[in-house]
Design a protein around this ligand. Structure first.
Ligand code: ZN
Length: 420
């Protein structure tokens, strides 16, 4: 059987190569037999079965399914979506609550679960990913520096209690900010609540900074003054007002007023906390370790000013809208500048902590520390209450827009329902 097939096949090839093939094509063209018969006659010498069209279709479908399956497996197994995934949605495909000034693309899908939200925030390529990382990494870094300094701490010594309180607020504020940026696309309501929590972290950090300066960086000339006695209490009040004002600003329409309110909500407590340092800059010092600390504090002021500039003026995306959607926009620069400023603050105060112990530790130091702890925990409790209040307002507000499918532009009425 195999010999027959081979013989037929060879004779067919001989006919083709000796020129008879041309004759055959000419003959068939003249007599014009049906094409299907011609195909059968030409191929009947081959030892292969020509599948029917139905079988062919089934095979094609099978192949296509195989390729789809392979794509699915590849996408799931390779977890480096920063390189693979799309860069998000354009601005007209997300509700107005998500819009960022001068950012035109790279928005994430919304109305999704917490896991997907975290995954898109940490691992996908969009306009939030670097916001998430630029506060997540500093939080880890601050925790690491805190652990490094632990070796020099004398446990049970109340002198270090303010430093512990400050370190807690320092690690917490970027971590809460990072989570707020990662989780805010779960829903429009979740977005507001996430940023209420973010404001809580930022304002609590201003209390931590005030406690830090009061304990280790306060001007020795001001000890025992009215300013000394009420410094932390006023910082606590500022933090409460800051959380309330910044949270309430989310109910204002987007624009300059809202931005100004938010900048002032955090800028004024920052300026108040820095008064002791301004005084020390003004009076100066000749002690080398204090000079080193003041140098770090000066760098901190530069970086904080930069942070406020980026936050307030939306540069560079204001100059070239759409060019910095994924990398390089002002909020990322704001995060980086504020984290670097905090780093200088932490190191500068650590120098003060070591160098100024004899200068600052008064007989009533334990009383000061107890006061600082009371203010810190009270502010956290009150701010948590403020966040819960605004969260309740958001949850009881008219329903936010339903799931917005891709390529669906929300109506202004829907997207503004939470702002009114
Ligand atoms: Zn942020």
């Amino acid at each position: 059987m195999e010999e027959d097939s081979e013989r037929h096949s060879n004779s067919y090839l001989r006919r083709r190569h000796s020129g008879n093939g041309d004759r055959l094509r000419l003959d068939t063209a003249e007599s014009s037999p049906p094409r299907s018969r011609l195909v059968r006659e030409n191929f009947k010498y081959f030892p292969v079965q020509i599948p029917s069209s139905q079988v062919l279709m089934e095979r094609i479908v099978e192949r296509v399914r195989g390729v789809e399956k392979l794509k699915e497996i590849t996408t799931k197994s390779i977890s480096v979506p920063l390189l693979l995934n799309s860069a998000g949605l354009p601005i007209d495909q997300v509700p107005e609550d998500y819009h960022e000034p001068f950012i035109l693309n790279g928005y994430r899908c919304h109305n999704i679960g917490a896991y997907q939200s975290l995954r898109s925030g940490f691992l996908e390529r969009n306009n939030e990913a670097i916001n998430v990382w630029t506060h997540f990494l500093p939080s880890v870094y601050f925790l690491w520096r805190f652990c490094n300094h632990l070796g020099s701490v004398e446990y049970g010594d109340a002198y270090f209690t303010p430093w512990f309180l400050y370190s807690l607020t320092l690690v917490m504020y970027p971590m809460l900010s990072s989570l707020a940026h990662a989780l805010n696309n779960m829903s429009v309501r979740a977005r507001h609540i996430c940023f209420f929590v973010d404001y809580l972290g930022c304002s609590w950090y201003t209390v931590g900074a005030a406690i830090l300066y009061h304990a280790y960086s306060f001007p020795s000339e001001a000890l025992g003054s009215v300013f000394d006695r009420y410094f932390i209490w006023i910082a606590g009040l500022n933090a409460v007002l800051s959380t309330g004002t910044a949270s309430a600003s989310r109910f204002l329409p987007p624009g300059k007023v809202r931005k100004t309110v938010r900048v002032l909500a955090f800028g004024l407590p920052y300026l108040y906390d820095s008064l002791p340092l301004f005084y020390r800059f003004y009076t100066g010092t000749e002690h080398p370790s204090e000079l080193a600390a003041l140098d770090l504090f000066f760098r901190k002021f530069i970086m904080t000013s930069l942070a406020l500039f980026f936050y307030g003026f939306h540069v560079p995306e204001r100059i070239l809208p759409g060019r910095f959607d994924i990398i390089g926009h002002s909020h990322q620069l704001f995060h980086i500048s504020s984290a670097v400023a905090s780093s200088y603050q932490m190191e500068g105060s650590w120098l003060d902590l070591q160098a100024r112990r004899g200068l600052l530790q008064l007989p009533n130091h334990a009383q000061h520390v107890a006061c600082a702890s009371l203010v810190a925990w009270s502010v956290l409790a009150i701010n948590t209450g403020i966040v819960l209040f605004f969260a309740w307002r958001i949850m009881t507000a008219p329903a936010p827009p339903a799931v917005i499918v891709r390529k669906t532009v929300p109506s202004p009425v829907e997207t503004k329902s939470l702002q009114n």
